[in-house]
Structure formats: structure tokens, C-alpha cells
Design a protein around this ligand. Structure first.
Ligand code: WQD
Length: 341
């Protein structure tokens, strides 16, 4: 049973990854300061995997607390680093907080991974590093364009830190996974996304709107150069995304030699417009959704979707679930939250 630290393991993507790690025979050890997650995720995890995972309620920036955890756990073989601030708009208002938190927690983790010989790191990156790519679908060789926000900068800088750190011979190998747009929830509805306040992301806004918590969805622009004028994204089911992390760890574990770094897109390879998502939600749930067309949101790219050949061939991973599956599961989770409220 190989022990893996999962920073941010009580969060949206982290908790789903804990499920897949356990299913694949790893022992996940959660590190989470619950600044943007809830302890109820641990109860949800218990329902799915049969026992509550080990969890340290500590801040990944706290070197002493993190070292104590490494020492106590003893035989850690790697880490998946999810814990980070992730609100694009907020990062523009609070750049220092974003740089300090997102860069420092990575440095603390890598330092301790080297020190305690836990060599396998999977980093939670984002397709935001590509900006608006010239060619679609976007592949891993596409240029990294200037970031649109401090949040985006932190993902670019963290990738660079990892690349340079893993190029020297020491016990550290790494993979950055560039996520496209994660949606959905575990089909059991025991874990899912818990946005604080008004959701910025499309799918949680849709589900909250559908239960009457929010007004009708505003479509941010219908004058883009896309089939129906609304923006195109690659929506990936969070359970598929979680499975990609297990594949990445298995690849790192097998990687020969003392240096290894690579990046993989994690998307479906398909792009859907905002209006298509609204229609697919209505089809998948039988729920009618009100919406209106509003102005463009500043900073939005027009269209982006993944080229998936590298992750298919290199990681041995591909998305299995559809947009409809993601919307159905997000809706099931929303209904459960509403019924328990
Ligand atoms: C999707 C589409 C909006 C809300 C962001 C981050 C990215 C990543 C995921 C996170 C866009 C449109 C949205 C609404 C709308 N990182 N939209 N009405 O912007 O692609 O990516 O989240 O941790 O780095 O930038 O995702 O869900 O906000 O938007 O029309 O009320 O839905 O314009 O086209 P985005 P999103």
C-alpha cells in the first residue's frame, strides 16, 4: 500500500482523487487547511471508500507542521499537490497572497519530498497556461503565453520551478497535469464541489440557478467566433480527471533514472459552447433552465479544447464520461446539498 500525500485532498478535485487512489491500492494521506473546503468531504469519503482517510488539518506553507507530518507518516512515496488559491478574479486583487501561497506551498512540499525521499510529484496545473492558443486543439508543445492573471502566473511559475528542480539528479520526479474545465461530482453524490459564495464557474452556477438559489444564468457573450457565438471549453468529468492522477503516479513510479518531468493535457478533446452546455443540462436532467445573454467577461479566451493524444499514449488515460454524465452528476450533487440544507 503505497502512501501518497494529497494536499488539498478535501477539496473538489482532491477528494475525487482520494477515491481513485484508494481504489487503485494507494493509501492517501490528506493535508488540508480547510480554507476552501469542508470537513464534510471526509464523511463523504468514508461512505465511498469504507473508512475515513488520514487527514492532517495543517497549512502546506507551515514547514514545521509539514515536516512533522512527513516524519510521522514515514514511508511516503509521493505527493499530489492540489492545495492552492484558485479564484482568477480574486488573484488580480490579491497578487501577493496568491504568489506567496501558491509558490511557497510548492517549495515547502518539494523540499520535504527530497529530504524524506518521497520522489513522485503530480502537480495540479491548468490549461490557462496556454492563454488563447493559435491552433486548436491545443497540445503540450504549444507556447506558454503571458498569463492573464496572477493565478495563471502561479501555475506557469510552479511548472517552471518543478521543471528546473527535477532536471538535477535528486530524488524527485514530476508530472504536471494541465486540467481543462472540471465538472460533475462522484456518481454516489457523497462528494462534490462546494463553492463559497456566488460561483464563478459555469456548471455550479447552472445547478444553483436550477434550484432557485441564483438568478437565471448569464451567458457571457454571444458574439465570439464560435458556432453559436458563445465561448468554447473542454468540460472534463472530475472522476475521469481524478483517474488521470493515478495514471500519472503509476508512470512516475515506473520512470527509470533519477530525472523525469513531463506535462500532459487532461481534457476530453471535445469543445462545447456555453449554450450547448445549457442545452445538455436540460437534456440530462429534464430541468428547464432560464438564461440571458450578457456582455463578454473580461479575460475570457474565445475557445480552447485539448489535444489528447499525448495523455492517451503516454499516460494510458482517456476520458470515458460525457458532458451529459458530468451535468447529471453535478445536478445530483446539487439536489443532495439542497435537500440537506
Ligand atoms: C466557462 C465558460 C465563461 C459563468 C476557469 C479558470 C481556469 C480553471 C477553471 C481553476 C466561459 C462562461 C461562466 C457564467 C458564463 N481553473 N460562463 N456564465 O473561465 O473557462 O476557467 O475555471 O481553478 O483557470 O480560468 O471556467 O466555468 O468560469 O467558464 O457564460 O455565469 O462559461 O465565459 O466561457 P473558465 P468558467
Amino acid at each position: 500500500m503505497k502512501k501518497i500525500i494529497v494536499t488539498g485532498g478535501a477539496g473538489f478535485i482532491g477528494s475525487h482523487t482520494v477515491v481513485e487512489l484508494a481504489a487503485a491500492g494507494f493509501t492517501p494521506v490528506i493535508v488540508d487547511n480547510f480554507s476552501n473546503s469542508d470537513r464534510s468531504a471526509l464523511e463523504g469519503l468514508k461512505k465511498i471508500i469504507g473508512s475515513e482517510p488520514v487527514c492532517y488539518a495543517i497549512d502546506g506553507n507551515d514547514y514545521a507542521a509539514m515536516e512533522e507530518m512527513f516524519r510521522k507518516e514515514g514511508d511516503v512515496v509521493g505527493a499530489i499537490h492540489f492545495a492552492a488559491y484558485k479564484a482568477v478574479g480574486e488573484s488580480v486583487q490579491k497578487p501577493i497572497d496568491y504568489f506567496r501561497n501558491n509558490l511557497n506551498s510548492l517549495l515547502v512540499l518539494m523540499d520535504l519530498m527530497v529530504k524524506y525521499k518521497a520522489p513522485n510529484l503530480v502537480f495540479s496545473s491548468s490549461c490557462t497556461v496556454y492563454g488563447q492558443p493559435e491552433k486548436l486543439p491545443v497540445n503540450e508543445q504549444s507556447p506558454i503565453l503571458p498569463a492573464q492573471s496572477p493565478y495563471g502566473s502561479t501555475k506557469q511559475i510552479c511548472e517552471e520551478i518543478i521543471k528546473q528542480t527535477t532536471s538535477v539528479k535528486q530524488p524527485l520526479k514530476a508530472i504536471s497535469l494541465r486540467y481543462f474545465n472540471p465538472i460533475g461530482a462522484h456518481p454516489s453524490a457523497n462528494i462534490g464541489e462546494l463553492p463559497i459564495g456566488t460561483p464563478n464557474n459555469l456548471v455550479p452556477f447552472i445547478t444553483q440557478s436550477a434550484v432557485g438559489l441564483r438568478p437565471p444564468v448569464t451567458v457571457f457573450g454571444n458574439d465570439y467566433n464560435t458556432p453559436d457565438g458563445s465561448c468554447v471549453r473542454d468540460y472534463i468529468h472530475v472522476v475521469d480527471l481524478a483517474k488521470a492522477h493515478v495514471k500519472a503516479l503509476q508512470l512516475l513510479d515506473k520512470a527509470e533514472g533519477t530525472t523525469y518531468y513531463d506535462v500532459f493535457n487532461v481534457g476530453t478533446g471535445r469543445g462545447n459552447t456555453v449554450l450547448e452546455v445549457i442545452k445538455a443540462f436540460e437534456e440530462a436532467t429534464g430541468k428547464k433552465l432560464g438564461y440571458k445573454i450578457g456582455p463578454r467577461r473580461s479575460g475570457d479566451v474565445e475557445k480552447i479544447y485539448a489535444e489528447v493524444e499525448k495523455s492517451r499514449d503516454g499516460l494510458g488515460w482517456q476520458a470515458e464520461l460525457s458532458l451529459q454524465d458530468g451535468l447529471r452528476d453535478a445536478w445530483r450533487w446539487q439536489q443532495k446539498l439542497t435537500n440537506n440544507a
